[in-house]
Design a binder for this molecule. Sequence first.
Ligand code: XMP
Length: 519
Amino acid sequence: MDTRVSSSIVILDFGSQYTQLVARRIRELHVFSAVLPCTASVAEIEALRPRGLILSGGPSSVYDADAPRADPAILRLGLPLLGICYGLHFIVHHLGGTVRPAARREYGDAEITRVGAETPLFEGLPRAQRVWMSHSDEALELPPGFHITAESPNALAGIANEQERIWAVQFHPEVAHTRYGAELLRNFALRICGATPDWTPEHFITETVASIRTRVGNGHALCAISGGVDSSVAAVLVARAIGDQLTCVFVDNGVLRRNEFHQVQQNLRGALGLNLVAVDASRRFLARLAEVSDPEQKRKIIGREFIEVFDDEAARIAEQTGGVDWLVQGTLYPDVIESASVHGPSHTIKSHHNVGGLPETMKLKLIEPLRDLFKDEVRRIGRELGMPEDILGRQPFPGPGLAVRILGEVTPERVAILQQADEIVVDEIKQAGLYGTIWQAFAVLLPVKSVGVMGDQRTYAATCAIRAVHSEDGMTADWVQLPYALLARISNRIVNEVRGINRVVYDITSKPPGTIEWE
Ligand code: XMP
């Protein structure tokens, strides 16, 4: 998808865990940025009309035989270059210097001091700075034309060849621990590269809508809607481009949250004016899920069933519209980056974040208008599109829905029990004003029964666990220290209002070692 603005910064990924952060920092300057795998060809890079290139860090050593390698021609494109950590080593190694294992590895906080003549990368920054290091190699000899711009107590921390417009730093300017990192990246993107800070939500929408319109022409597109932020924003964006040539399909798989099937329909048809087909396939899904307890089995059944239902609908819609050519997906940047690893774009996307392999089976061409964006940027786009806050602020919900929060067998009765408990959790968290600050908060129905006493009666009923986590991207998470009074209200309401649950426990496991979902 062509979402270009007047200029961009391209980041070549050598496998660093921080590559996403680099892109993010550049976007915070309102400069369009895209991450490509380091194996990208010069043509692929140039297609993005970059004003500058950033070479990311990475876990390998440049002198290893299987070290990730970019085409050395990228060093001679005439574009300003910024190497970060491994990026520095790559530049040194390929321009005639030497890199070797460091005498003293540097991990974590360090102080660097600028040395030598002024260089634009450090303009306006103090001479001594706290930075974040994470490396075990060092540049020993610099390539011709380079000089040292900064030093740590152990090694060089920055180099430059202003003539060739190449800068590199040993530390990580993208992480928050590097005190002046954002300023350094600003110097690179705006001052050195001269990129125009015109990447705004409004600009993005105009460009994307125009480009979708051109691509799709008179064709027809389908969008599988989950009711979540990503697919809703993607659908609204595409609908703005092609109107009724887009049909959204929303499937009730029997494991949605309480009233969700109706609420989502109201939101999408009413508030967003989307052309929506809602399919109640709940019986069909629940019948397939009967007597299945294995988590992966549940996921597979739901994935497979979804494809069948979607396929049937697609065939019907194709008959009415004379054919369907496109599939809209709300893929985000973090999903893409997982695939755009150093091994090239075809490697892996976390399987559970795929929409069940729809494109391969249906031979549809993909429209992924959000694939360059982070979640909060998607929310900003949604806001600019005038979408209501209660859609944009929704917490993530897994594709297999409540099925992976019902441990053991998924029966209609157990779904109903969990739906009630989940509604109470969400309601109380919202009333406490915490919903927007928490990544996910939900209830889990355990296959554990315990003894209790209610109104002088002995009870023997199910246990429910409450889970609430803070997370940036779902990859790691911390359990939330919810106020005791809030936990007390949630527990009290659940045992009083939900028949079938007589005990509530709170999950105090972070990720790792736990996962966010229980299955
Ligand atoms: P875990 O449980 O792996 O979850 O720590 C990380 C994030 O992914 C969501 N999740 C899923 N999303 N299909 C999805 O679409 C799935 O099968 C699935 N499993 C987990 C989870 O809710 C969390 O946000």
